[in-house]
Design a protein around this ligand. Structure first.
Ligand code: NDP
Length: 330
């Protein structure tokens, strides 16, 4: 059995020397278990997170252990009634040629329904990512503009085409002219932008003259920064990946959005003017809480209109303590 194990934790871009090919005996079968030979192994960006001990949405791989990964395998030997030698299964065997699994962790695949490798991509985890993040969080409507980064990749290419199916105008950002031609000419994206040769902000302005309604973010970093300058009222941003920072050895400047992804946290812009319909509930509840003492309130009252400028300057410095009010007259 050939296995690729993690030899050392990469710093920055992984090097081949961080990996090692080792031989081990083919594992023995236990009760309810199945021996599989790997046919296809999926390589996915999340694996970079597994190679380090930094916080990620995937657990860290131990040194000298086999690197994780989804696989399509063929059953060689089975001690489980649902699987026969020759069956194809979706499994999680990682970077190795043979593996034993509990039958209940395997999903049988039908090779007549789709090429087997598709179950690792468009019909598998990346496809579901594209479908669910776009439709459930992005919620594109016909006529809206959807921007997608890493647009020719496993997730992005599917997300972009689903957005087209839903009637959106779709702009893809990619890393080469060949990829740009592919997403426009073959996949039907409206516009492609090459992030390596074009200035992203101005290219986006031209590609999305009506602004951006959905940004399917696979990268974070400078693409996100450029997109944010052009988002529309009520835009939605599924934060799906931050590949621009996966190799970074220290957090990027500015806020690091990775915890948002890991914790599925929500950031939503707020303007009080949208919430006038909440006024009567607010007034009723807060009046009651003030009267019962559940809500305390502190004011910082400055006397005299002439003191307003100094008090205002102080507000920005933190010199006020409580709600700053000027008592103009008694
Ligand atoms: P891809 O097939 O898109 O491959 C990665 C691509 O990312 C590269 O080809 C490259 O495309 C682009 N890229 C690499 N470095 C950078 C960079 N510094 N700035 C901008 N783009 C870069 O991978 P996937 O489709 O499998 O994954 C896409 C994203 O989705 C990843 O961030 C991944 O982590 C995330 N993901 C998240 C999941 C979740 O549950 N949250 C599940 C699955 C994926 P190009 O040359 O076009 O720039």
């Amino acid at each position: 059995n050939q296995q690729i194990v993690l030899k050392s934790r990469p710093v920055g871009e992984p090097q081949e020397s961080d990996f090692a090919l080792v031989e081990s005996p083919i594992p023995q079968l236990g009760e309810g278990e199945v021996l599989n030979r790997t046919i296809y192994l999926s390589l996915d960006p999340y694996m970079r997170g597994r190679l380090s001990t930094n916080a990620s949405y995937a657990a860290s791989t131990e040194l000298n252990s086999v690197i994780v990964g989804e696989t399509v395998s063929q059953v060689i030997q089975s001690h489980h009634p649902d699987f026969q030698p020759g069956d194809f299964v979706l499994s999680n065997h990682g970077w190795q040629t043979y593996a034993v699994a509990k039958g209940k962790t395997l999903r049988k695949l039908d090779p007549n329904q789709a090429p087997l490798s598709y179950y690792l991509g468009v019909l598998g985890m990346p496809g579901l990512t594209a479908y669910a993040a776009l439709l459930d969080i992005g919620q594109p409507k016909a006529g809206e503009t959807v921007v997608i980064s890493a647009a020719s990749g496993a997730v992005g290419a599917v997300a972009g085409q689903i957005a087209k199916i839903k009637g959106a105008r779709v702009v893809g950002i990619v890393g080469s002219d060949q990829k740009r031609d592919y997403i426009v000419k073959e996949l039907g994206f409206n516009v492609g932008i090459n992030r390596r040769t074009q200035e992203i902000a101005s290219a986006l302005k031209e590609a999305a003259p009506d602004g951006i309604d959905v940004y399917f973010d696979n990268t974070a970093g400078e693409i996100l920064e450029a997109v944010l300058q052009q988002i529309n009222l009520g835009a939605r941003i599924p934060l799906v990946g931050l590949i621009s920072q996966y190799n970074a050895s220290s957090p990027p400047p500015g806020p690091n959005l990775l915890p948002l992804l890991i914790k599925r946290a929500l950031i939503k812009g707020f303007l009080v003017s949208d919430y006038q319909h909440r006024f009567s509930d607010f007034a009723r509840d807060v009046t009651e809480w003030l009267q019962s003492g559940q809500l305390k309130y502190k004011e910082d009252i400055v006397v005299g209109l002439e003191n307003a400028p100094r008090a205002f300057i102080g507000l920005l410095r933190g010199e006020n303590f409580g709600k700053l009010i000027v008592e103009v007259s008694q």
